[in-house]
Ligand binder design. Structure first.
Ligand code: SAH
Length: 248
């Protein structure tokens, strides 16, 4: 039996948002590897071994997946959302690049999933309907100065912005600094969407102008979408959108 590694995105939470391609890979797997809450989303069955590990051990997890595939297992590495967005696909390729050459002959596939910002955007209307960018606000893997520079330039370019990992218990102050920076550079009426646990039973959406945004409105289960200067709310509705064009 020849082994393989599939890196699969489980989408934002709802089973209905898992692609049929990912469901088929899960059904065919011998081993599931991933962060504890994501592995928990895969139903146990005979013949399937679940390998759940803690956060921040992405490279160990990736090496383990490659080793198991080398030994003949059909491994699925699971991420939430899309595996290529601030998730396991890059970790797997880092491990592949640094690992033994034999790993490079393995069958490795990345299966996309619905990433948080797209699920959130769809719930709220179309805030990402024109040019936008995504920024990971975690400074685990990059210096804070890089985050700040990217944020300033994105505001200057008038992108709508999606912020992943906005706030954690380990980094409670960073998101407050982000809001301060936005207040220095954007108008007070700039729309901000706080989308928490989208597509799960705990889903909560909150749309506020920048002047009313507070750090506590975000946590680690929230993706934050900051509109461009053109993003607007349709009066009498909860719908926000960014028009498709920019006037001359
Ligand atoms: N690969 C994932 C992102 C992992 S980083 C994806 O493509 O969605 C984890 C961050 O994703 C969280 O801190 C949060 O900002 C966001 N996130 C993941 N699932 C979410 C959901 N259901 N609702 C809102 N934000 C979510």
């Amino acid at each position: 039996m020849s082994g393989r590694v599939v890196v699969a995105g489980l989408g934002p939470g709802a089973d209905a948002l898992i692609t049929p391609e990912v469901s088929a890979a899960l059904a065919d797997a011998t081993d599931i590897v991933g962060y504890i809450p994501y592995v928990r989303r895969v139903a146990p069955r005979p013949g399937l071994t679940l390998h759940a590990s803690d956060n921040r051990v992405e490279l160990d997890r990736a090496r383990r997946a490659l080793e198991m595939a080398q030994a003949g297992a059909r491994v699925v590495v699971v991420s939430s959302g899309d595996p290529g967005v601030f998730a396991m696909a890059s970790a797997l390729f880092e491990a592949l690049e640094d690992g033994p050459e034999t790993w490079r002959g393995l069958d490795i596939r990345v299966l996309p999933g619905i990433t948080a910002m797209l699920a959130a955007s769809a719930r709220a209307g179309a805030p990402l309907g024109h040019d936008f960018c995504a920024i990971n606000l975690s400074d685990n893997l990059k210096p804070w100065a890089v985050i700040e520079k990217r944020l300033r330039l994105a505001v200057e370019a008038d992108f709508a912005m999606a912020f992943y990992n906005p706030r954690s218990l380990a980094r409670p102050e960073g998101f407050g600094r982000v809001l301060e920076l936005l207040r220095e550079t954007c108008e007070p009426a700039r729309l901000i969407l706080f989308a928490r646990a989208v597509s799960t039973l705990e889903e909560a959406l909150n749309i506020v102008p920048l002047s009313e945004a507070r750090p506590e409105m975000a946590d680690m289960r929230t993706v934050v979408i900051v509109g461009s200067s053109l993003t607007r709310q349709i009066p009498g509705t909860e719908l926000i959108y960014t028009p498709r064009g920019v006037p001359e």
